[in-house]
Design a protein around this ligand. Structure first.
Ligand SMILES: [Mg+2]
Length: 189
């Protein structure tokens, strides 16, 4: 029997990205991710265009995955899912504020995935900002705008920027909210 195809996002699903920790290091601040409700933090934490440009330069000198933290139970549940499902990582790498430098983010993400999840097949790492062109059985992502493909079961992973989306709205879109990898385990295993 063919295994079901499962698309899984990386940032804010498998890990908390290194963006905010790097902002904190750069600015000597102590922001927490739940201080924010909008996806793009730049305008809130970086006060001027000059500061943004300085930060982006600093950001490019780092590997943000050195600052990323795995979400609780992500590794364990992903490993179990991998035995039953045909898993594809589906994750964006182009940062619109750093288009010409974004090649580095593909490399950093690829290397982190390879090292962190040795049981995953790197032939199935899909690194793209165009997530809505796929057909699959299940997709897990933290952004509604990424859940627009031909997918039978769509799971929205709760994150700082999507808490205000109501159950009613998700119902209409036929999307189920999951708050943790334990929730995913209950639904998919
Ligand atoms: Mg994400």
């Amino acid at each position: 029997m063919n295994k079901k195809k499962l698309l899984i996002d990386v940032d804010e699903v498998l890990c908390n990205s290194g963006f905010l920790p790097l902002v904190n290091e750069f600015k000597n601040t102590n922001y927490k991710i739940d201080d924010f409700t909008d996806y793009y933090l730049d305008d809130y934490v970086l006060s001027s265009e000059k500061e943004k440009q300085k930060f982006y330069k600093f950001y490019l000198e780092k590997n943000s995955y050195d600052y990323a933290t795995l979400l609780p139970n992500a590794y364990e549940v992903l490993e179990k899912l991998n035995r039953i499902y045909d898993i594809y990582i589906c994750s964006a790498c182009v940062m619109f504020c750093m288009i010409e430098q974004s090649g580095k983010f593909f490399m950093d993400k690829y290397n982190w995935l390879l090292k962190t999840f040795p049981f995953l097949d790197p032939n199935k790492f899909i690194l793209t900002n165009s997530k809505n062109i796929f057909k699959a059985d299940i997709q897990i992502d933290d952004r509604l705008s990424n859940l627009g493909g031909d997918i039978s079961q769509k799971l929205l992973f709760t994150s700082y920027h999507n808490k205000n989306i109501s159950d009613k709205e998700l119902n209409i879109l036929n999307i189920i909210r999951v708050n943790s990898w334990k929730d995913i385990e209950k639904i998919l295993l």
